[in-house]
Design a protein around this ligand. Structure first.
Ligand code: APR
Length: 234
């Protein structure tokens, strides 16, 4: 009996083969930057220019990257699978959209969106941002920030994510170390409702023992192979 409601959690490992650095691998982003300075509200209050430069650099670095075979396989699964398929991503890049995924939730926000702290307006944003950038909606300066969820802030769309997890009969975690919550706890929520749980990752993650099944290898190899299995009804 094929799965009816599939929830797929993705992390930085899914975009690694597109040339996007992960966070906690040997040469990852947090080996070069202190997250407390560039990815917390306190860091932004202390030195907003440094935070804007961190995200401006990442926005520029994303200009030349493309979705990889793993992103494409997930978009194919959504198109061709008879049941519901949702991707909940921790990634702030636009590679899932670029590959054609539509049922997509960015729980940590989006690099290519700006948020005005003055009026709450969200605006698609590809260029550099600074405190001098006027908000397109309210024209105020001094309030524009990346629309990215920082450590200590509440991830987006959690009610919808919990609804999806509670209805899931398959939960697949791809390319995440499972070290950051609430995403790291999703596998336990899926198990609690009897969903089958699978980890697809380069190597065993922190939460490996919580998964019923694990397939280790590069995402561009293991994800298309797993999607083929699902579409064949294995
Ligand atoms: N294919 C599959 N998995 C890979 C690949 C690859 N080519 N390369 C790396 N990985 C795996 C690593 O083994 C690791 O388990 O991807 C995972 C990346 O883990 P992290 O760097 O911790 O990234 P992630 O889990 O997405 O971080 C979660 O932490 O810093 C915050 O908000 C940030 O969304 C991020 C969150």
């Amino acid at each position: 009996m094929p799965f009816q409601s599939i929830v797929i959690l993705t992390g930085a490992g899914l975009s690694a083969e597109s040339g996007v650095p992960t966070f906690r691998d040997k040469d990852g982003i947090w080996a070069h930057y202190d997250y407390r300075e560039v990815a917390t509200p306190q860091g932004f209050a202390r030195n907003p220019a440094r935070v804007h430069e961190f995200y401006n650099m990442r926005r520029r670095a994303h200009a030349g990257i493309r979705p990889n075979a793993a992103h494409a396989a997930l978009a194919r699964l959504e198109r061709e699978h008879a049941g519901e398929v949702w991707v909940v991503t921790q990634n702030v890049d636009a590679l899932h959209e670029g590959a054609g995924s539509r049922n997509l939730i960015h729980m940590h926000g989006e690099l290519f969106q700006a948020l005005c702290a003055e009026c709450g307006a969200r605006t698609r944003w590809v260029d550099d941002l600074s405190l001098d950038t006027p908000c397109p909606a309210c024209a105020e300066t001094g309030g524009m920030r990346p629309d990215v969820v920082w450590f200590g802030e509440v991830p987006y769309h959690m009610e919808r994510i919990v609804e999806l997890l509670q209805a899931a009969d398959l939960f697949v975690s791809i390319g995440t170390s499972g070290q950051v919550y609430p995403a790291g706890g999703f596998v336990a929520e899926a198990r609690a409702v009897g969903a089958h749980t699978v980890e697809l990752n380069l190597e065993p993650s922190e939460g490996r023992s919580l998964f019923a099944e694990a397939i280790h290898g590069p995402a561009t190899v293991v994800v298309p192979a797993y999607v083929d299995r699902l579409l064949k009804g294995d």
